[in-house]
Design a protein around this ligand. Sequence first.
Ligand SMILES: [Zn+2]
Length: 476
Amino acid sequence: MAHPGSIKPRGPSAALPPGGEPRSSTAIVITADRALVPAADAPAGHDRARGPTALLAIDGAIVRVGDPDAVLGDPQAAGARRLDWARRAMVPGTVNTHNHSFQSLLRGIGDDLPFLAWRDQALYRYSPRLGPDEMATAALFAFGEMLLHGVTTVCDFYYLNSQGNDNATATIEAARRLGIRIVLARCFYDWSGAPAAYRETVPQAVAHFEALARRYQDRARFLTTIQPAPHSQHGATPAMIEAGAGCARDAGVPWHIHLAEEQYQVDQSLERFAARPLHAIAALPVDLAQMIAVHGCWFDAGERALLAERGGSLAYCPGSNMFLGDGVTDLVDLVARGVAVGLGTDGGCSNNRVSVFDEMRTAALLQKVHRTDGQAIDAGTCFALGTRTAGAVLRLPIGRIAPGYRCDLVALDLDDPSLWPVQALEKNVVYSLSPRAVSDVVVDGQEVVTARQLCHVALDEIQARVGELTHDWRRA
Ligand SMILES: [Zn+2]
């Protein structure tokens, strides 16, 4: 479908080059009134608030963080571009470990339905209509809204491939235009009950994954990363799951799979494989240490122990799990066992928000009420799940304001009442933050949101494209 207008660069810097060629060497110094940075004396290495802070980044990597005088006096900072975040707090950019960007287009279409009705009446009804141009619209919408909420990295679990890479390519290019960091988790899907646009043979899926990775895998700046994603036990046969995990092993990247989201999926796994979901996966010749399980709402104690023992990780989507009535993942137990967990928003029609800050709060509240214990989990842990450990789950050097990490940052407006009083900033960011307070966003040392506006794509252009595409979509 055609869309009105073209995407115009906006703001002080031009759009990223379409091919995403490495930009020239750049040094930038950003100063802020406060910052959330790693604290040696904080429990579990959690981030803590500190006063005036400066950061020096070169070529998109953080090289120094500390008192402004010391950082500005560093010889490497001579001639650096300066960004002044006065009256703002500098916090790590948030990391969304699980999303389906096209689902933002379906927001409001399938709400308040049981999962299977939602799937059939919203997902399967509209998703097969989407080609590359519609996918680009969806991605600009989903990722643009995420940037405005302080998401600097998104993992798009991508299953609408139409036996090729044109849709995924359009999605990656949309991410590049906006300047958001993307992990394209390319799906491996062969369940015959799904729309044809989802399905491939094993050789097709492997060939398409490898082609996409050859074109886009960025091992220097990690702005685009390609990872395989066998859909689930119901969406992928054991041969397909094995093929996806094999591609991950060969590429040295993790692989993603939806597991135990709804209770019926446990019953199906017991019926088909005579084993609960994680045990059935573990029986395949796959490396669980490279696996990112998505959801895990119905993992029992044995599965949680196995996940910890094998070094697997989890993408946890509490907002989506609540929205769809899936169940409650035992996050507290998984964290206690040392499983790396990252937060995800899931798709824009199963949450329906796209903010990882919001997931931090949701995760905390859900676990507290589930255990009827206000101390079940704390703000520092939930903040880490949306930043540092989410980056570790995706195997990317992101999620911390520390040397060696990519320079992905969010500025929060300290004049916003949702952050008052400011003495407990690390608590307020999780529990009381309003998205209104997100004022600026930097990805890989480049400004992508300034003064609450996207820098590279005009929001009214995205609005026009979304309106044009969805104006005649209706609830069933
Ligand atoms: Zn999902």
